[in-house]
Design a protein around this ligand. Sequence first.
Ligand code: NAD
Length: 182
Amino acid sequence: MKRAFYIGRFQPFHNGHLTVIDRITKEADELIIGIGSAQLSHDLENPFTAGERVLMITRALVGLSRPFYVIPIEDIKRNALWVAHIISMTPPFDIVYTSNPLVIRLFSEAGIPVCSPDMFKRESHSGTSIRERMRTGEPWESLVPPCVVDVINEIDGIDRIRDLDRSDGDLSTLFSSGADHV
Ligand code: NAD
């Protein structure tokens, strides 16, 4: 039995993440997906809550050929203790899949094997560029699984990102259709 751990912020979960999971299913018997920075939401770099990211990932992986567990994990202030924090929150695992240099460093120092899969179309398939497309109104839907589009529509995610991008002076437009505000 080989159980793999894959950690990300998944802001949002996109097709690059899916290619990594496809690879893990060929190499491991079970998969743990850690939703990192679980405490963060409603800012431009982290627009979606942990629960919304659970929904995106769980729906995207319906029918996966391997058992999987999706576990939100809050950040801690001390990197040196982070691997122990992860281990305390997850089922036991044998290998970590990540290409994040800090994550590679922390797990390697803890003696846990790390695999770094190739990037899939990194130019377009990064959370940063997808969030920027959402903010500016460029097409982003083809970069994520269709069920992630559904989740983002259900939670009114694009309007959330655009509202987060407004400054105080824009509030008159934000509330222009509503009642008077004092
Ligand atoms: P991410 O969502 O950007 O990426 C998740 C994984 O997918 C990464 O391994 C990344 O390399 C990979 N990936 C991204 N785009 C890809 C593509 N196009 N093709 C193939 N793979 C792709 O998340 P992240 O920033 O790596 O998440 C790390 C998490 O760990 C963060 O939440 C961070 O806060 C957390 N962390 C916390 C601490 C702490 O609390 N002290 C320490 C280290 C890391």
